[in-house]
Design a protein around this ligand. Sequence first.
Ligand SMILES: *[C@@H]1O[C@H](CO)[C@@H](O)[C@H](O)[C@H]1NC(C)=O
Ligand SMILES: *[C@@H]1O[C@H](CO)[C@@H](O)[C@H](O)[C@H]1NC(C)=O
Ligand SMILES: *[C@@H]1O[C@H](CO)[C@@H](O)[C@H](O)[C@H]1NC(C)=O
Ligand SMILES: *[C@@H]1O[C@H](CO)[C@@H](O)[C@H](O)[C@H]1NC(C)=O
Ligand SMILES: *[C@@H]1O[C@H](CO)[C@@H](O)[C@H](O)[C@H]1NC(C)=O
Ligand SMILES: *[C@@H]1O[C@H](CO)[C@@H](O)[C@H](O)[C@H]1NC(C)=O
Ligand SMILES: *[C@@H]1O[C@H](CO)[C@@H](O)[C@H](O)[C@H]1NC(C)=O
Length: 532
Amino acid sequence: MQLHLSPSMRSITISSSNGFFDFMKVKIAARHISSRTLFHAVLILACLLPFVFIVTALVTLEGVNKCSSFDCLGRRLGPKLLGRGEDSGRLVNELYKTLNQVRSVEVPNDLKLPENFTQLVNEMKDNKYDANEFAVILKGMMERSEKEIRESKFAELMNKHFAASSVPKGIHCLSLRLTDEYSSNAHARRQLPSPELLPVLSDNSYYHFILSTDNILAASVVVTSAVQSSLKPDKIVFHVITDKKTYAGMHSWFALNPNSPAIIEVKGVHQFDWLTRDNVPVLEAVENHYGVRNYYHGNHVAGANLSDTTPRSFASKLQARSPKYISLLNHIRIYLPELFPNLDKVVFLDDDIVIQRDLSPLWEIDLGGKVNGAVETCKGDDTWVMSKRFRTYFNFSHPLISNNLDPDECAWAYGMNIFDLRAWRKTNIRETYHTWLKENLKSNLTLWRLGTLPPALIAFRNHVQPIDPSWHMLGLGYQNNTSVENVKKAAVIHYNGQSKPWLEIGFEHLRPFWSKYVNYSNDFVKSCHILE
Ligand SMILES: *[C@@H]1O[C@H](CO)[C@@H](O)[C@H](O)[C@H]1NC(C)=O
Ligand SMILES: *[C@@H]1O[C@H](CO)[C@@H](O)[C@H](O)[C@H]1NC(C)=O
Ligand SMILES: *[C@@H]1O[C@H](CO)[C@@H](O)[C@H](O)[C@H]1NC(C)=O
Ligand SMILES: *[C@@H]1O[C@H](CO)[C@@H](O)[C@H](O)[C@H]1NC(C)=O
Ligand SMILES: *[C@@H]1O[C@H](CO)[C@@H](O)[C@H](O)[C@H]1NC(C)=O
Ligand SMILES: *[C@@H]1O[C@H](CO)[C@@H](O)[C@H](O)[C@H]1NC(C)=O
Ligand SMILES: *[C@@H]1O[C@H](CO)[C@@H](O)[C@H](O)[C@H]1NC(C)=O
């Protein structure tokens, strides 16, 4: 049996090898539909297919596990929709027979499934599907949608967990004990770096890394991995920026664990004279905007519309509601040229990364006058992680966005960027960033939702030099199916996403790449029972 919709969607052809339904056509637009059989065929195609997905979704959401989707489908649809006429009975029987046959059939892994029902119908216009083939595709689509719904429920659970324990006990403990140590132990308070090394902090013959975080454990992993992977560790300078409450603890850690021969400086945001309200007006506005507060701290699931979103985008919306996206520590990268007025080129790192290779060649890359050397995220083996274009981040229904941006423009990643600060100082990147942040506030946060990257995508337009993707591998915090072989080869791996390696919800098989840089023989780490 074969099913075929005409490109105009006005007629449907059903043909069968046994001759009974041989090449029957119905014009849907025609006034009278002569045959009950064909009427039912149209009904099946018009109603049953979308229904399949709805039923599947409902069954999965309601947690009715007792019947498989195929069974339920038959049970719910059978008597009601399909009439009693003899001809229709045969057609229905044949359809059911086919559906039954594929129940035990494995959907081939390499089968290309339509993205959605619309696409399936479109493909039916172009091809004649063998009924069997058609049923396998249906089955594959159902299985995929069931899987995605499960994954989305999982993501929701993860998010609740993450929200409930945003600072794991062990990491909180580490911060408290190191803060104590700062007041009780003179060695923990010693100047960083020692006075004779101060000139190095603005010496451009060194490799300057900047890391901004309030997570001491994560900072220690970034610095340790950078130093151990480096061929010239004595040429590394780390500028660790943290907030006021973490400053003492962060300082103690690096005073007691110096990672020599690298040179480390710890600064609190309160120690940068430049970071005043006059220079950074928008940030305070962002933090105080009631909508932002409500958005980030409100009920995460209420108001979410599951029918107009895919599980994946739902999961990423949940992820966007993390307070980290309004933190000054996260926005601070846009002020690097002013905060480090003497430096020419720096690498800015996120705290959820691990460095596995010597990064000094980054400083040799010719940025061609561009400001930001970054990995592009719209092409790559992993078609989920590497599928980010402007449309991923912006609301193109908004005229301000659709008039100014191209939805197909490739996005790039924060997390490991080489910035040419000299080139940057000749641009108005910061002003553009501020302007768009303000626009988004004015528009009640309808231009974009995910914190710091979208305004940067706009501000750095025409200032980005793509670098080789092997420098920076993304997705380890949300793509469970990350290729471990690729992880081993990447220079920097990035646990962006919720499943941070220091959280219980981190992916177990990806955690060792991070935890091997945790010093478990350190007394503070031991006494705080980190990741035990
Ligand atoms: C269905 O998928 C196609 C191809 O991916 C896409 O162009 C289209 O917008 C999708 N339609 C809906 C309703 O999601
Ligand atoms: C959810 O979205 C669908 C499709 O956009 C819409 O028809 C429906 O009314 C929305 N539901 C709510 C509760 O907003
Ligand atoms: C902004 O959004 C909030 C709810 O999210 C709404 O109450 C308020 O009226 C909106 N303001 C404007 C100017 O649209
Ligand atoms: C996108 O912009 C349109 C037009 O301003 C607005 O109606 C809609 O609510 C926005 N969508 C989101 C998710 O903010
Ligand atoms: C992630 O993948 C690993 C192995 O590939 C598997 O053991 C684990 O159950 C998966 N976890 C989730 C949450 O899918
Ligand atoms: C996991 O990734 C591999 C390649 O990295 C791919 O071949 C495979 O289909 C993926 N599996 C799932 C369940 O997404
Ligand atoms: C781990 O911590 C201990 C105690 O603080 C220290 O002696 C040792 O050098 C550290 N190891 C590394 C690799 O940093």
